[in-house]
Design a protein around this ligand. Structure first.
Ligand code: ANZ
Ligand code: ZN
Length: 867
């Protein structure tokens, strides 16, 4: 009959250890001035209802950091919650008649159940859901504080309108001109919206990036580009004989290249520019053109990818530097109303977009910058006929008073002249726009404002906060159910008492995710934060999530933290001291006989190598490996994997196969391999090669050769894995631990001290692997007879003396030529080295009959005998 410890019962053991951790309250954090704090956070999940492999990777990475830091003596905060507002809940309400609150709650419950068997070291006592009024009530207060400080305001603005979802989309939610969820082409509309003044912090957000030395460079670059600071100038081009009444007689443009003014060949204004409307009133063709532009989104992405189109207004502007020179004025779809002045001058020779435009409209190309050291006239002639602009640095030509200057100097000189003439001035522009936070949706935090015909937009008085979402809403038809609620929006004006209307828009859900990390510090506080708690725990030391949040969420949170700081809520400026962005999980894709996507579990490979559909043997075409997605059906359900292999195997595979910032290729072979390794580890403890001494047995005074070598490997592994985990190099850490496991297998049991070293090394191994595969580590520790929980044990320490090799190989040279080697104790004296070298037979043969003039010793490296 098999003994009970013949086989590792993964399921039973994992559940048992999870219970033990819960019973011991291992992961509940409380402030402790005696220990340094460490705040680990993974981006909180949206409660869609099921966890996916991306979650498993994200939370596993964070869990390793949390467990590692805990063992290293830090007081670790590792909380969890739910980003619970948002459209899918409302869509579910419309499609299935279930209330968004109920849909969200049951999804949260289901996902909490699914996370449970992963063995994550989370402090569930701090769980939050952003759809709780206990959470969102605080952001109504924050918003009113922002309003009082001018950090929030209302303005009519052009918005991206999703005609299917009936909501405004942020620029970032418009992808290739389409709504990110609906896929419908986005339209332009004008609406009164609430904005947060993120632009007030543009410089601070940009400068702050310099301090974030534990952020990936690519994310910092993306944020810097998003903020898009450019130094340039405003330049006024007077209109020639403007036919319109009340026109302000000039077109002001923003340019970053005032040095190229002599190369200007046209000006263009945005379709939304006030002058465009004026011309359109007299020109039906222009009116149609503008209407066509309006059907396109307002986002930069749309405008950048759309075909560049323009319409000649028939008007002309005058060149600010060249007397008598006239430039045609166009309305062009690529000029954004929200950037600069909504007007540009075009210099085709030195800007590709302008070049394309010039070629399409038969405009002149006038080169004014040439590379240094080329024949300027020849260069200019070629460029004037070319289709590619020259955007690099060089020397100014054909530019009057700018001739001979470099681009930077020419910019300065041009700005000076414009200022002197009163036709322009230097200026700094940002690409960053204020953040529109109004959404025409039900399932979000109500904006605490009441609209009164006489008093305008009035803040909801403090005593009336929070404004709760009504439960009794009907989800039929498009648009915002709050708008259609029979009573909710009808309230008296807090100022004059007249009948007034509540704001029916709710906040963009990025509002909630902009401060949740701070709420975790004191999740039950009656205010937004307990000041002492946020001062203790913030900033987050290690934040982990997908790179898709590089600009949106991460920039909003950085802004919000500063806004909260300025409103007196907290003291830090940067919310996330360290950021790690994990790679995606990929899987091969499969197509069935009709070209339809097939799930991996519905295909298999025949012995002859052909792929077929499991149910009927129909031929299957395997395709490229791609990011796991529902649309391509190449997903693997984490719960099924954990059910059959256990959490440790899933975690280990996630960590071992590729560096965590790279994409990971999911494979059955990979998860099998992880499973086998864990069982091997377990056997090292359950069926040890030799009887194990007790935990407190003294270290033997002398060790045999293989025992000494294993002890050294163990210490080296401790040092190396510690450094790997510090640097989040989980895959190399696992590789080293596999090596140590192999080394354990190579121990000679007959060696002096073998049993002690075996136990010591196995104990080190299980402690080192514990952050990654915590269950099997606890189980091994129990088998070794250790008391207590590994989850509450300190990290092993390497003995520095054992990190240096005890023998070194020293080269022996005669007159600088290699003649042999000797093995010496590391750090051996010069005399020892010299004596050993001279006793080598090869050296004695060479030195026979000669005088040794000198012996040069480089300790631990070379002995050179000079004859
Ligand atoms: C003339 C010029 C000549 C330009 C040249 C560039 C190269 P960044 O660097 O991103 O700030 N521009 C200005 N306002 C615009 C608007 N509302 N919509 C679209 N384009 C606009 O870009 C600044 C440059 O983008 C400006 O410099 C302007 O074109 C254009 F050889 O002015 B430039
Ligand atoms: Zn009023």
């Amino acid at each position: 009959m098999a003994r009970a410890d013949d086989r590792y019962n993964v399921k039973e053991a994992e559940a048992r250890w999870q219970q033990a951790w819960r019973d011991a309250g291992c992961f509940e954090a409380s402030a402790d001035p005696a220990r340094p704090k460490y705040y680990v956070l993974e981006m909180f999940p949206y409660p869609s209802g099921r966890i996916h492999m991306g979650h498993v990777r994200n939370y596993t990475l964070g869990d390793v950091v949390a467990r590692f830091k805990r063992a290293r003596g830090f007081n670790v905060l590792h909380p969890m919650g739910w980003d619970a507002f948002g459209l899918p809940a409302e869509n579910a309400a419309m499609e299935r008649g279930v209330h968004p609150a109920q849909w969200t709650r049951s999804n949260i419950a289901a996902m909490r159940e699914q996370f449970q068997p992963m063995g994550l070291s989370l402090d569930w006592s701090r769980e939050i859901a952003t759809c709780d009024s206990d959470y969102y009530r605080h952001e109504q207060r924050m918003f009113l504080d922002f309003l009082a400080r001018g950090l929030a305001y209302r303005k009519e603005s052009w918005v991206n309108w999703d005609p299917v979802e009936h909501t405004v989309l942020a620029n970032e939610q418009v992808i290739d001109g389409r709504g990110w969820r609906s896929g419908a082409p986005v339209e332009r509309r004008k609406l009164a919206q609430w904005f947060l003044r993120i632009t007030r912090y543009a410089d601070e957000l940009l400068d702050g990036l310099e301090t974030l030395d534990r952020w990936p460079d690519k994310v910092r670059v993306m944020q810097a580009n998003w903020i898009g600071r450019s130094e340039g100038a405003y330049v006024r081009f007077p209109l020639k004989d403007c036919p319109l009444k009340d026109c302000d007689e000039s077109v002001e443009v923003f340019t970053t290249r005032p040095d190229t003014l002599f190369g200007a060949s046209f000006c263009a204004i945005s379709p939304q520019h006030p002058l465009a409307a004026g011309y359109a009133a007299r020109d039906p063709g222009l009116k149609d053109f503008i209407a066509e532009c309006d059907r396109m989104g307002v986002s930069e992405a749309v405008i950048e990818t759309a075909e560049k189109k323009g319409y000649a207004t028939g008007a002309f502007v005058l060149h600010p530097f060249i007397p008598g020179a006239e430039l045609p004025l166009y309305v062009a779809n690529f000029v954004l109303m929200e950037y600069g002045t909504g007007a540009i001058f075009g210099c085709p020779a030195h800007d590709q977009r302008d070049m394309d435009f010039a070629r399409a409209h038969g405009l002149e190309v006038r080169p004014v910058v040439a590379p240094r050291g080329v024949d300027a006239d020849g260069f200019a002639k070629d460029l004037a006929a070319a289709s590619e602009a020259f955007a690099e640095d060089g020397v100014l030509i054909r530019s009057g008073f700018l001739d001979g200057l470099g681009v930077a100097d020419a910019k300065r000189a041009a700005i000076e002249r414009l200022a002197a003439d009163g036709t322009g001035r230097g200026s700094i522009q940002y690409r960053l726009r204020d953040w529109g936070v109004s959404r025409q949706r039900y399932w979000g935090c109500p904006i605490p404002i009441i609209h009164c015909d006489s008093c305008d937009a009035v803040p909801v008085p403090e005593a009336d906060l929070p404004v709760l979402l009504p439960d009794d809403v009907i989800f039929e038809g498009a648009g915002n159910p709050l708008e259609r609620h029979p009573t909710w929006k009808h309230v008296p004006c807090p100022v004059c008492g007249a009948p007034a209307r509540r704001e029916t828009d709710t906040f963009d859900t990025f509002f909630e995710s902009s401060w949740y990390f701070a709420r975790y510090c004191s999740p039950k506080d009656t205010g937004a934060f307990a000041r002492a708690a946020v001062d203790t725990w913030l900033p987050v030391d290690q934040y982990i999530g997908g790179v898709e949040h590089a600009v949106l969420h991460l920039l909003y949170a950085r802004f919000f933290t500063r806004a909260l700081r300025d409103c007196g809520y907290l003291s830090v400026s940067e919310p996330f001291a360290g950021l790690f962005t994990q790679g995606m999980i990929c899987h091969e894709t499969y197509k069935g006989p009709q070209g339809e996507w097939l799930e991996p579990e519905r295909v298999r490979r025949n012995d002859d190598g052909a792929w077929v559909r499991v149910e009927d043997g129909a031929p299957v075409t395997p395709g490229r490996s791609e990011k796991m997605s529902k649309s391509k059906k190449n997903t693997v359900d984490p719960s099924r994997i954990i059910e059959s292999y256990g959490a440790d195997a899933a975690r280990l595979f996630m960590l071992s196969d590729s560096p965590p910032d790279r994409d990971l290729e999911w494979s059955d072979a990979g998860i099998d391999g992880a499973w086998r390794f864990l069982h091997r580890l377990w056997r090292l403890a359950a069926q040890p090669a030799l009887p194990l001494p007790p935990a407190d047995a003294p270290e033997p005074t002398s060790l045999g050769r293989s025992a000494a070598s294993l002890r050294r490997s163990a210490h080296k592994t401790i040092a190396a894995v510690t450094e790997d985990l510090e640097k989040l190099r989980f895959n190399t850490a696992v590789a080293r631990l596999r090596e140590l496991a192999n080394a354990l297998g190579n121990l000679d049991p007959a060696d002096d001290g073998a049993a002690w070293v075996y136990r010591f090394s196995l104990d080190a191994l299980l402690r080192l692997i514990a952050p990654m595969t915590p269950h099997v580590a606890e189980e091994m520790s129990r088998l070794l007879g250790n008391g207590g929980l590994i989850a509450q044990s300190p990290w092993p320490e390497a003995d520095p003396a054992l990190l240096v090799d005890d023998t070194v190989t020293v080269a022996v040279q005669v007159n600088g030529k290699l003649r042999g080697t000797i093995d010496l104790p590391a750090g051996a004296s010069r005399e020892t080295a010299e004596a050993a070298a001279l006793s080598l037979p090869a050296i004695q043969a060479l030195a026979a009959g000669k005088t040794i003039r000198k012996v040069v010793v480089v300790p631990d490296r070379i002995v050179n005998v000079v004859l």
